[in-house]
Ligand binder design. Structure first.
Ligand code: ZN
Ligand code: ZN
Length: 325
């Protein structure tokens, strides 16, 4: 149908517009400019700035650059930066009203806020430049700009719908199912093994808690029962090695509760009871769902490109241009 209309349109244009123009154009006059692809809209993201309470409107690609500079170290491998740029762009587009999104839940007048613990971190370009050491600033900015330009307009979809591309610092060996972290299953947010984030400074963290301290943090009045050897805690982990619950005596804590109460970097952990307390060894940092940033860097250094990286951490997704080729 569209092809037919185009053919008819072309014919009308030729006979009604072009022919008379050709006939009446005097010698030496240049014909008007051909139509450009200006039909692609200029997309703006309305960002709530947590520090000032202001709303700012930023062009989409400029917004992606400001997220990239905030959420990932600029010295990460180029293909990892590109993967992060696509994730950041997708995250914003999923919330844009233009695409039927709901905006930021906490600040409904904005599409997104700049709080990294709620939406995505974001800074204006000048603030990024000011934050970096002066001898690195120009190089950092040009690397980020290269990653944004190389992926311009690309987003992630699953069966034609824009995905929720959540990401985290370091998974610690295996990413998490969204269902076990948030109770919400997404087919593309399933845990996958990750052997590429060992170079992360957050890969392994060891913390020691005395029983008394542990009792206070967990809100338990009694210590002595716990400390006796016949009441060792029962731990259950899911298939990605993340703590589902801890049962001790007649009380139970979920992995997420324990992570919050003890301020642990992740729920991927091993627990060792000792005479006067416990040693908790955690692997990774963050919720563990979706893209593992240090893993992406490791994969990029091993030669994988941004599409392969994205399609590994978000299973079954497609990398597509926002407005067609
Ligand atoms: Zn938000
Ligand atoms: Zn990982």
């Amino acid at each position: 149908m569209r092809a037919y209309l185009a053919a008819v349109g072309g014919f009308v244009f030729l006979t009604v517009v072009l022919l008379p123009t050709l006939l009446v154009l005097p010698q030496g006059t240049t014909p008007p400019e051909p139509p450009t692809l200006a039909s692609v809209p200029r997309l703006e993201v309305c960002v709530f700035r947590t520090a000032t309470g202001q709303l700012v409107r930023v062009e989409l690609e400029e917004y992606v650059l400001g997220v990239l500079g905030t959420e990932m170290p600029a010295n990460f491998a180029m293909e990892a930066l590109k993967a992060q740029a696509v994730a950041a762009r997708t995250y914003a587009c999923r919330r844009l009203r233009y695409f039927g999104g709901q905006g930021c839940e906490r600040h409904p007048q904005a599409d997104v806020c700049d709080d990294p613990n709620h939406c995505q971190g974001w800074l204006p370009t000048q603030a990024l430049l000011d934050r970096w050491p002066s001898h690195e600033a120009a190089r950092n900015l040009s690397r980020l700009a290269e990653a944004v330009a190389a992926t311009r307009g690309l987003i992630l979809t699953y069966r034609g719908l824009i995905i929720d591309p959540v990401y985290h610092s370091t998974c610690g060996g295996h990413t998490a199912d969204s269902s076990s972290v948030w109770g919400r299953a997404e087919p593309y947010l399933v845990g996958v093994p990750c052997a590429w984030d060992r170079h992360s400074p957050h890969y392994r963290t060891e913390r020691r808690f005395r029983y008394q301290e542990l009792a206070a943090l967990l809100g338990e009045p009694a210590v002595p029962v716990w400390a006796s050897s016949d009441t060792t805690p029962a731990l259950a982990a899911d298939r990605s090695g993340r703590l589902m619950f801890l049962r001790w005596g007649d009380r139970t804590w979920s992995g997420t509760q324990l992570r919050q109460l003890l301020e642990l970097p992740s729920t991927r952990l091993v627990w060792r009871a000792e005479e006067d307390g416990v040693v908790i060894i955690t692997y990774g940092s963050g919720h563990g769902v979706g893209l593992c940033q240090y893993g992406a860097d490791g994969l990029a250094r091993a030669g994988y490109d941004f599409r392969q990286i994205l399609q590994y951490y978000y299973q079954g997704v497609q990398v597509v241009p926002l407005f067609g080729e």
